[in-house]
Design a protein around this ligand. Sequence first.
Ligand SMILES: Cc1cc2nc3c(=O)[nH]c(=O)nc-3n(C[C@H](O)[C@H](O)[C@H](O)COP(=O)(O)OP(=O)(O)OC[C@H]3O[C@@H](n4cnc5c(N)ncnc54)[C@H](O)[C@@H]3O)c2cc1C
Length: 434
Amino acid sequence: MAWDFETDPEYQAKLDWADAFVREEVEPLDHAWPHLQFVPLDGGRRKAIDPLKQRVREQGLWATHLGPDLGGQGYGQLQLALLNEILGRSSWAPIVFGCQAPDTGNAEIIAHYGTPDQKKQYLQPLLDGECFSSYSMTEPQAGADPTQFTTSAVRDGDHWIINGYKYFSSNAKTASFLIVMVVTNPDVSAYKGMSMFLVPTDTPGVIIERNVGLFGEPMDEGTHALIHYDNVRVPDSALLGGGEGQAFAVAQTRLGGGRIHHAMRTIGLAQRAIDMMCERVLSRETAGSRLADKQFIQGYIADSYAQLTQFRLFVLNTAWKIDKYNDYKKVRKDIATAKVIMPTVLHDIAWRAMQVHGALGVTNEMPFLTMVHGAAVMGLADGPTEVHKVTVAKQVLRDHRATDDLWPTEWIPRKEAAAKAKYAEYLELEVGNL
Ligand SMILES: Cc1cc2nc3c(=O)[nH]c(=O)nc-3n(C[C@H](O)[C@H](O)[C@H](O)COP(=O)(O)OP(=O)(O)OC[C@H]3O[C@@H](n4cnc5c(N)ncnc54)[C@H](O)[C@@H]3O)c2cc1C
């Protein structure tokens, strides 16, 4: 009976090392250099952060999402999930451990579909943590439905000319290259007529029109670019996937384990909120007792613990299934479900933690509003919750069948009649004994 919730001691030792390392060495980076994770390292930042990356490499924990052929350790998704839970405490941690989105997904794409030249030019610097990349898919007029994209590439001899607009291309302003999804054949279905190109950001015609900021960031100083591709000329060799029409197949590769890692990082963050909530309610007195002694507040603690524990077990079970089946398609329903649950769990827990901190909770001196805002972002980035719910529902329905009977299969009068017929002999005996 193999159903075990324990981590083997050797890997647990690595997790313990990572936990202490993140708390002591990495979390302070969030305060020393906030919001600079995706700005190429230089000066003091390079001097501080390069040695930290080296310590992660020495532990065999650098870029662990990669397969052994690319320098990774070949850890399974369950092991990666447990590591990512620790990394979720700090926004610098994924950078220091070489596993930050969107670069992880982009690296997976190039590893999977890149030619040897593309790998040399784009993949290796990415894996070395020496450059950043951007995924340029969403357009101003369409996001959740890629069949509405209009940015196009037209063949010109052995080159392609890209024209159109892309929106919310995260980190484009500091990225070395973009992976761009465009229409190459408008005469066939979007699923066959779209292609992916690798485009260096300094290619003439790549114009960042705005760097859209999220709530609280200064106007036009954010990290989500509105990009005008204005007659951008790229060679045939910039095509990804071995030819035209491969965009959807390539895009699927990005999803890999990324959503599970993200869910576990969210769990790490939500646990931090619970820790802060507990500390506060044990420390603060009002109306004759500690906050921790009020039943309202105990309800917050219990609800938060219950919500997080359920979600954590669900995500770990999903990671375990990925390892077991080694086939993401078989676990699609659960991966989409994790994406659906994630924003609500973080929102609810962060909101309660904020509330028990009173006025201090809503200031910029505590991290709660950032967490609540992060939850809202999670309901959109990588596809809106509604779209993932549709995926879940379709997958669930696939395991069920309609009945052509007027009454449902579980209609009690019929079941009762069948049960009485099945056990008639014994039922009669009982009546006889009365
Ligand atoms: C922080 C952040 C980072 C991002 N990074 C990137 C990036 O790096 N690269 C990139 O290409 N994109 C990126 N995006 C864009 C993201 O992928 C899109 O926002 C997302 O796909 C939704 O597209 P949209 O914003 O155009 O909303 P729309 O497609 O207009 O949808 C708006 C709303 O309509 C509803 N809706 C949509 N479809 C359905 C449906 N089928 N059924 C029911 N309701 C529906 C939902 O409520 C949805 O929120 C990022 C977004 C955010 C917030």
